[in-house]
Design a protein around this ligand. Structure first.
Ligand SMILES: N[C@@H](CCC(=O)N[C@@H](CS)C(=O)NCC(=O)O)C(=O)O
Length: 212
């Protein structure tokens, strides 16, 4: 288990977080789950990262900020370890570090707005479908597929159209689903990862979870 550095001021932690040779460990189940995008960001970034998995989640859970994954552990050259949780925050954090967010205050908050909305649709999947009592699973999945998800798609399509249908939500730099997808598929780092054993394990885990 990772030992997180305590008792540093936030100013010091902020300086440490900017270390160029920091190493990342991202803790999550050995499936794609909700971290498909975040893992892709690490793969594309060229950062020094490892994807780790809980050995015994019941033991590890209370040691994390909110008892949920993903959790990011970032270790500096001098051995301090910083801890950050919540998917959308981690996406934005890595996005900031590798220049995948906006160019100004307003753009950055628009980016957060779209990320937050996408995060909410993922949270609803986890809370209303995956955690549904077995006897309600099919009904909740149906509601998710026919109401919750289509509504998200409709609003996000509108946002993409309003930005000129250029594949981006904000301006012409910040990522959007198809732009990311196309870029990802062509990126050699991503292609190598997608062909790796690790990716296959995550894929099988996903399919097992979905009962495919
Ligand atoms: N609000 C959290 C929710 C994450 C979440 O629901 N994670 C699930 C896996 S997809 C989890 O950690 N489940 C284990 C548990 O709740 O004990 C986030 O945005 O990161």
């Amino acid at each position: 288990m990772v030992t997180v550095t305590k008792n540093h001021s936030t100013k010091t932690l902020s300086e440490l977080a900017q270390g160029k040779n920091n190493k990342y460990e991202m803790l999550y189940y050995p499936i794609h789950g909700v971290v498909t995008g975040l893992r892709a960001m690490f793969v594309m970034s060229g950062a020094d990262y490892t994807f780790t998995h809980p050995e015994d989640w019941t033991v590890q859970k209370p040691t994390t900020p909110f008892g949920t994954m993903p959790v990011l552990y970032e270790t500096t050259e001098t051995g301090e370890t910083l801890e950050l949780a919540e998917l959308s925050v981690l996406e934005y954090y890595i996005g900031q570090k590798y220049d995948w967010v906006g160019d100004n205050l307003w753009e950055n908050n628009l980016v957060k707005m779209y990320v937050s909305s996408s995060q909410a649709v993922i949270d609803k999947l986890v809370t209303t479908v995956i955690r549904a009592p077995k006897e309600n699973f099919d009904q909740m999945l149906e509601i998710y597929k026919t109401k919750i998800l289509p509504e998200w798609v409709e609003y996000h399509e509108r946002a993409l159209k309003n930005n000129g249908s250029n594949g981006h939500y904000v301006g012409d730099k910040t990522p959007a689903i198809m732009a990311v997808y196309d870029t990802l598929e062509k990126d050699p780092k991503y292609a190598a990862w997608k062909a790796s054993e690790q990716w296959k394990v995550y894929d099988q885990g996903n399919k097992a979870l979905a009962g495919i």
